[in-house]
Design a protein around this ligand. Structure first.
Ligand code: ADP
Ligand code: MG
Length: 682
């Protein structure tokens, strides 16, 4: 039996369970042992029956004195048992599991874990986890506990699916892990393990499932996380090397005076960060290696003008430019902004979307542009804006490399404040420029988590702002692009209700993903021109819409958003001279949601908010990793910058030393199989 043995070949699993396990992406024995618990029930506290305390999670070990089924009046089964140890007896109850009396007989030594409840004056264990102890002779002495996996210890809880419980998984993993390990040698080079003080793979896999204590979990997580980070970064670095050696980019001439002229003609002074980033991009464009650069900067940090300058240089060299935005609204907005910036140089800016096709020397469109645009002239530069779904850049690269022509330089821009180390892990094949400096005069947006009972006050506050000539966004989660006409109707009803909270002369407009693009454009233009005072909208405005007169951003169900995303939303206001506000509402009672949202009141730096979220919610949701092909990062703690950079150092060192892993056959095999699972297998 090898690591890739299909799960269906294992005795006791078979076709039925193999089918179910597919939902958990478990197809081989290796997948099974790499299916990690996401938490542990702490049943390690072993109690004597006489010391049970109501309300506590506990484990006991004893002998079943009697067990029987009772049928209730409505035909359900209750199983009751009496279990005794040397100190006393306790009653145990299970519901609707009449078969238990077949598995557990009087006289059976048993281990039970669960919560102690007080029923009248009697202690009971209600529906505890149970486990029959096979070597029951040791029972008498607590100190020599028998090995258990479901009870009396830290019990692993796994991601489950219909028909597959944690208990089932635990039993199978306990059974097959030793067989898996028998055939395995550690694929990580010994010298790396030693340098990084990492535990061996056998210990790591054993302890991640069946730890004696939390310290062992930590050691296991560190090793397994290191493996993921190391392979991800090795693959990325390797890919970068290949991509750079295979394709040739248009090599451009950059005339300093022209760049200076462009910068001087702007109505504002560029920030130091903008100048530095522009420098880095222009340096890329002078080379033969296709640039693959990520420009990161908070909302309002001025990414567009940096891209515009690069587009201008590309044009001077005779190459076309494509600019891709995530929504049509933003594509149109880019068209306008870039026209303003580039028309003085006689550069024609066009648009290429579902509803309107007019090519220019610089053409803006949605991300679909990257697959539908008919390329006639050589493209010199592709800009992908506001992308926080990692997959887009990968697809863009794929598209670019298809070309029989030169491969354009690629500039990706994002307002998602991905910490540098994380960006390098996930995007190790990218170069990074960061706009970490805001243009002068930007204000902090006063932010409040508002309790629901003050909702009407919030409406009053908005009305007051409007009387003073300002405008507001109300962001609701009503309608999303995928939803039906019925939800649109519900949204419209909600919208009418909202209207009733404001006086007649306050005009509200509704913007959502189901509107036709022309309708959207009308609503947005009416908002920009001030005909509409309050724009009620779904998260389609999440990025990009620029209305300097708007001073209030009110967000419903704020807990549904990541903090970095909320920060981007909040960046829609405070773009003019007036004091601006962000009001957050939530129905969630959870303390964690409250705490998360409260950090919006205090923290005003996107990077810091992302870090907070990274710690509280994990990276998947925040950065859309789940859709990105980075599914190999299952256990690595992506807020652990030290581990990330250690893994990076080692990956680079090994790539230098033995790029084709000639001396590391096991590692090579591991990396080859993982690589296949990444989006782009080049
Ligand atoms: P984002 O990084 O969010 O895409 P934009 O490029 O849309 O930001 O810029 C936001 C606003 O700031 C625009 O109105 C832009 O003209 C302005 N802006 C950009 N750079 C500067 C600067 N250095 N000084 C002042 N205003 C700037
Ligand atoms: Mg922008």
């Amino acid at each position: 039996m090898g690591p890739k043995t299909p799960i269906s070949h294992l005795p006791g699993i078979g076709q039925y369970y193999s089918y179910k396990l597919k939902h958990l992406e478990i197809e081989t024995i290796e997948d099974l042992v790499y299916h990690f618990p996401f938490r542990y029930d702490d049943f390690s506290q072993l109690s004597q029956i006489q010391n049970l305390i109501p309300g506590e999670k506990t484990s006991i070990q004893g002998t079943v004195w009697q067990i029987r089924n009772i049928r209730t009046r409505n035909g359900k089964f209750i199983t009751t048992a009496t279990v005794a140890d040397q100190t006393g007896t306790v009653e145990v109850i299970w519901f609707n599991q009449p078969y238990l009396t077949k598995n557990i007989e009087a006289g059976t030594p048993i281990s039970l874990s669960g919560k102690v409840e007080l029923d009248g004056h009697k202690f009971k264990l209600i529906s505890p986890q149970y486990e029959i102890i096979r070597n029951g002779s040791q029972l008498s002495a607590v100190s020599s506990q028998p090995e258990t996996i479901h009870t009396g210890r830290l019990v692993p809880i796994y991601p489950e699916t219909e028909g597959i419980t944690s208990k089932w998984l635990r039993a199978k993993i306990a059974r097959y892990l030793p067989e898996y390990l028998k055939g395995q040698n550690d694929f990580m080079p010994q010298e790396i393990l030693q340098r990084q003080k990492l535990t061996d793979i056998e210990t790591a896999l054993t302890k991640i499932h069946f730890p004696e204590n939390i310290d062992e979990v930590k050691l296991a997580r560190t090793r397994l996380g290191f493996d993921e980070l190391f392979t991800a970064q090795f693959i990325a670095a390797h890919r970068k090397k290949q991509w750079q050696s295979k394709s040739v980019a248009p090599q451009m001439k950059v005339e300093k005076e022209k760049v200076q002229g462009f910068i001087k003609s702007l109505p504002f002074k560029l920030t130091g960060a903008q100048i530095r980033s522009l420098d880095e991009i222009l340096k890329d464009m002078q080379g033969k290696i296709p640039a693959n650069r990520l420009l990161e900067g908070d909302v309002g940090s001025g990414k567009t003008v940096v891209a515009a300058a690069a587009a201008y240089i590309s044009h001077l060299n005779g190459y076309e430019v494509l600019v891709a935005a995530p929504t049509e609204i933003l594509a149109f907005q880019h068209e306008k902004t870039l026209t303003l910036l580039l028309s003085p140089y006689n550069i024609k800016v066009g648009i290429w979307t579902g509803s309107k096709k007019a090519k220019g020397e610089v053409t803006c469109g949605t991300h679909a542009l990257l697959s539908t645009f008919k390329r006639e002239k050589q493209i010199g530069l592709v800009v992908v804006d506001e992308q926080h779904r990692f997959g887009v850049a990968q697809r863009a690269k794929l598209f670019l490399q298809d070309s029989k022509k030169l491969t354009p330089h690629l500039l990706t821009m994002t307002a998602t404040p991905i910490p540098r180390t994380l960006a390098l892990t996930l995007y190790g094949d990218l170069d990074l420029s960061v706009l970490d400096e805001m243009p002068l005069g930007r204000q902090k947006i006063s932010t409040f988590v508002v309790p629901n009972k003050k909702r009407l006050d919030a409406y009053k506050f908005i009305e007051k702002q409007i009387k003073e000539g300002q405008q507001a966004f109300i962001l609701t989660p009503f309608v999303e692009p995928s939803e039906t006409m019925q939800t649109v109707k519900a949204a419209t009803v909600e919208f009418e209700k909202l209207k009733s909270h404001f006086s007649k002369n306050v005009k509200l407009g509704l913007l959502h993903g189901r509107l036709k693009s022309r309708e959207k454009e009308t609503v947005i233009n009416d908002f920009k021109s001030g005909k509409i005072h309050i724009l009620v909208t779904t998260p389609v405005v999440e990025v990009g819409i620029d209305v300097p007169n708007a001073t209030v951003m009110m967000v419903e169900s704020a807990d549904r958003f990541g903090l970095a995303q909320l920060h981007q939303l909040r960046g829609r206001v405070g773009r003019g001279e007036h004091k601006s506000y962000c009001l957050l509402f939530t129905d969630s009672q959870s303390q964690m949601s409250q705490k998360r949202l409260k950090s919006m009141e205090k923290v005003h730096v996107g990077f810091e908010l992302a870090q907070i979220d990274l710690r509280m919610r994990g990276p998947g949701e925040i950065f859309g990793l789940n859709q990105s092909g980075f599914t190999n990062l299952k256990i690595a703690d992506l807020s652990d910058e030290v581990l990330i950079s250690c893994a990076q150092t080692e990956a680079k060192r090994l790539l230098e030393k033995d790029p084709n892993l000639k001396k590391y056959a096991l590692l090579k095999e591991k990396i080859n199989t993982q690589q296949l699972e990444y989006i782009q297998p080049n």
